[in-house]
Design a protein around this ligand. Sequence first.
Ligand code: COS
Length: 383
Amino acid sequence: MTYNVDPELQQPIRDMMREFCPKEIEPLGLKHDREPDAFAHDIFKKLADKGLVGYVMPKEYGGQGRKKIEYATMIEELSYFDPPSSLLSAVSQLAVDPIMNFGTDEQKKKYIPKAATGELIPAFALTEPNAGSDAANQSTEFEDAGDHYVINGEKIFIMHGDVCDYAVTFGKLKGDEGDRPKVSAIIVPSDAEGFEGSTLKHKMGMKYATTGRIIYKNVKVPKENFLGPAGKGFKMAMMTLDGARVGIAAQSTGIAQRALDESIKYAKERVAFGAPIAKLQAIQWMIADMATKVEAARLLTYKAAQLQDKGESINLSASQAKLFASEAANFCVDRCMQIHSGYGYIGEFSIAEKLYRDQRVCEIYEGTSEVQRLVIANNMLRK
Ligand code: COS
C-alpha cells in the first residue's frame, strides 16, 4: 500500500488512476514511444476529458479546483504508468500558472478555460539558446509600437512549443541594454504571423510530450496580452518554476516506484544459480536502497505540496523535493536496468529501457540538479 499523508484525499485518486491508466494510457504510450517524435494528441485528449489537464486550475475557470497534494498524487500515479503522459498534463499547468497568478480577469477568462479542457495547448517559453540555467539573460525583445508590441527572438527546449496555441513568452523590452535585463512576459498566440514552432527531433525519452523551438520574427501582439507588471517577469517565472518543481518531484517519485516494483517482480521470477535472484544479497541490497529512496522522495514531494496548499513559500522545499526525487529516480532506473540485465537493456523484453530514457530529463528540466543545489544553498546561507 502506497503511503499517503492525507489518505482521504489521496487514496481515491490512486484508485481511480490505477483503474484508468493501465487500460487507457499505458498502451498508447508504449505505441507512441516507438514512433518518430510527435505530440500524443490522443493521450492528451483522454487526459483532458478525464479532467486531468485542468486538475488544479480553478473551477471558476473551467478546471477541477483540486489541491496541490491531490495534483502531486495524480502526477505520481500517471507517471508510474506512463511518464510522458504526466508531462502532457503538467505542461499546461506550468504555462497557465503565470496567467492565473499575474493575469488580468480578461486574460484569465480568455486563456485558462480552454487550456483546462484541453481545447487549447499552452506553452511556457522562457529558455533561450543563451538563457538556460541563467534564465534572466533574456535576448527576446518586445518593441513598443503603439497599440501593440513587436516580438523578435528565439526560444529553445520549450515543452509543447511545437504544437502550442499560445506561448507565455518571456523577454525584455527593446532598449533595455543593462547587464541584467528586466524581464517581462507576454501571451503570444501561435497563429500570429511570424511565429514559427518546430519539433526538436530524436529526444532520448519523454518523446511524445514534445519539445520545441520557437522563432519569433516581427510577431505583432496586442498590448492587452502583456502579462503582469513590466520588469517583474523574472520573479513571475521563478515563482512559477517553484510550483512546477513539485510536479517534477511527483513525476520522479512515480518513475522511481515503477522501477522498484518492476525490479521486485523480476527478481522473484528470474532464476539463476538454482534460485530466484531475489534470494541473492546483492539484489536485496539494491531493492532496499531503492525502496528507501522512493519513500524519502515521496515524503519530500508531499511536504512541498502541502506547503503549497497552505500558501507558504516553497522555494526551498520544492528544490529539495525535485533534487532528491529526480536523483532517486535515476538511482532506481539504473538499478532496475542492472537487475534486469540484458532483458532490461532491450526494450522488447521489459519497461526498464523506457523508464531509463524517460527518467533522465527529470534532473535537467525545470532547473538542473545543480540549479536546485544553488537554490537550496542560497536558502541555507541567507538564514
Ligand atoms: N520566487 C520569487 N522571486 C524570486 C525567486 C523565486 N523563486 N527566485 C529569485 N527571485 C527573485 C529574487 O528575490 C531577486 O529579487 P530582487 O532582485 O528583488 O532581490 C531576483 O529574483 C533575482 O534573484 P537571484 O539573484 O537569486 O537570481 P539569479 O539570477 O541568481 O538566479 C537561479 C538564480 C539560477 C536559481 C535562476 O536563474 C534559476 O532558477 N535558473 C533555472 C531556470 C530554470 O529552471 N529553467 C528551466 C527551464 S524553464 S521550463
